[in-house]
Design a protein around this ligand. Structure first.
Ligand SMILES: *Cc1c(COP(=O)(O)O)cnc(C)c1O
Length: 346
C-alpha cells in the first residue's frame, strides 16, 4: 500500500476538524450543561448526541468482532461511500475503478464529487476478472470498489481474487459487504490486520431490518477511520437512530430467526422460479435477492406491478438484459409472486 498521507487529499490531511462544545469537556462527572446553547427542557432530545457514538460502537464491536477505533458509523452506507471520495479523491485529477454491473451509488457519488469513474465489466457468469480490474488502474487511481455479494448479480466473488486486488493495488480497496449476513463466507472485516488498505462496508438496512433509521458502518484501520471522523458532519448519527440500533443489538435471536426463514425461502423460491416457462436462468446468489433472466422482463415487470407486486427491472443494466432482481420476502409474499408468475400469459 502507498503511504496513507500520499493517498489522502492534501486539504483533508491538513484539515483542522470542527470542535464540538462537548469535546472540550471530557471525563469528570457533571450535571449542569451550559456549554452548547441547548434548551435545558425536553430531555433527552434537547441534547446533542455523542458525535462518536461510543456506547453504540462498544456494543457493535462485540457483535462484529472489530475494535471500536476501527468502526465508523454514518447516515447509511451512502455517507461512508461519499466520504471515501471526499477524503481520498482530488476532483478532476484522481479516478476510481469499479466493476460493472454493481451498486449505483459508487458512480453517483463519483459524479457528485467530479471524480472519474472507470468501470470494468464482470465476466458473463458475473465472476470477477481481477487482472482486468488491476489493468484499469493508473497512478491517479485512489479507490477500487468491490461489492460482494454484488448488487444486482447476487454472487459473492472468490476470496482469492479479492485478496489479489488488495495485495496488488497500492490504493484503497472498498469491499461492500451489505449482504454478508446472508452467507457463511468469512467476512472481510475479520481481515483488517492483514490489509491496511481495506475498507469494509456493512449496513443496518438489510438483515438488520432497519433501513428506516439510516445507519451504515465502515470498518478500516484506525488511521482511515480517524480521517473519516475528521471530515464527517459532527453529529451525523442522531440520538433516535443510536438508541434504536442499541435495541436491535439486543435482538440477535430474532435476527437469526429472520435469517433462517429468509434463507429457507431462498432455497425454495429459486428452483420454483427457474422452473417457470417465463424464466430462462436463475443466477446463484449469496444474498437476500437473486437475479432472474426472463423471456420478457419489461412485460413481466409491468404485469406484476398491475398485481401490486414490485420487483426491480434491471433489464437495461450491462450484462443483465431481460433480468429482474427479486428480493426474498415473507413466505406469503413469495407465494403471491409465484402464483402471479404462473398465471402470466405473454
Ligand atoms: C442496500 C445496499 C447498501 C445499503 O445502503 P444504506 O445506505 O446503508 O441503506 C449498501 N451497499 C449495497 C451494495 C446495497 O445494496
Amino acid at each position: 500500500m502507498r503511504e496513507l498521507q500520499e493517498l489522502t487529499r492534501k486539504n483533508i490531511w491538513a484539515l483542522t476538524p470542527y470542535s464540538c462544545a462537548r469535546d472540550e469537556f471530557k471525563g469528570r462527572a457533571a450535571s449542569i450543561f451550559l456549554d452548547a446553547n441547548e434548551n435545558p427542557y425536553n430531555t433527552p432530545l434537547n441534547r446533542y448526541p455523542d458525535p462518536l457514538q461510543e456506547e453504540l460502537k462498544a456494543k457493535l464491536a462485540a457483535v462484529k468482532g472489530v475494535r471500536p477505533e476501527r468502526i465508523f458509523l454514518g447516515n447509511g452506507s451512502d455517507e461512508a461511500i461519499d466520504l471515501v471520495y471526499r477524503v481520498f479523491c482530488e476532483p478532476r485529477q484522481d479516478n476510481v475503478v469499479a466493476i460493472s454491473p454493481t451498486y449505483g451509488m459508487y458512480g453517483v457519488c463519483a459524479d457528485v464529487n467530479d471524480v472519474e469513474y472507470r468501470s470494468v465489466k464482470l465476466r458473463p457468469d458475473f465472476s470477477l476478472d481481477a487482472d482486468a480490474l488491476l489493468a484499469a488502474t493508473d497512478a491517479h487511481t485512489k479507490i477500487i470498489w468491490l461489492c460482494s455479494p454484488n448488487n444486482p448479480t447476487g454472487n459473492a466473488f472468490e476470496r482469492r481474487q479479492i485478496e489479489r486486488v488488495l495485495t496488488e493495488f497500492g490504493g484503497i480497496v472498498v469491499v461492500d459487504e451489505a449482504y454478508s449476513d446472508f452467507n457463511d463466507l468469512r467476512p472481510f472485516r475479520a481481515d483488517l490486520d492483514r490489509f491496511p488498505n481495506l475498507i469494509v462496508l456493512n449496513t443496518f438496512s438489510k438483515l438488520w431490518a432497519s433501513a428506516a433509521i439510516r445507519l451504515g458502518m465502515a470498518f478500516a484501520s484506525e488511521e482511515i477511520i480517524a480521517l473519516f471522523n475528521k471530515v464527517k458532519y459532527p453529529y451525523n448519527v442522531n440520538l433516535l437512530t443510536q438508541q434504536q440500533a442499541m435495541r436491535m443489538l439486543d435482538e440477535i435471536p430474532r435476527l437469526n430467526q429472520w435469517r433462517a426463514t429468509i434463507l429457507n425461502e431462498r432455497r425454495n423460491l429459486l428452483p420454483a422460479i427457474a422452473e417457470l416457462p417465463v424464466c430462462t436462468v436463475v443466477y446463484p446468489t449469496d444474498a437476500n435477492f437473486f437475479l432472474a433472466r426472463m423471456t420478457d422482463a419489461d412485460g413481466i415487470y409491468h404485469y406484476l406491478v398491475d398485481r401490486g407486486i414490485v420487483v426491480r427491472n434491471r433489464s437495461r443494466v450491462e450484462l443483465c438484459g431481460n433480468c429482474l432482481r427479486i428480493t426474498i420476502g415473507t413466505p406469503q409474499e413469495n407465494n403471491a409472486l409465484l402464483g402471479a408468475l404462473r398465471q402470466y400469459r405473454p
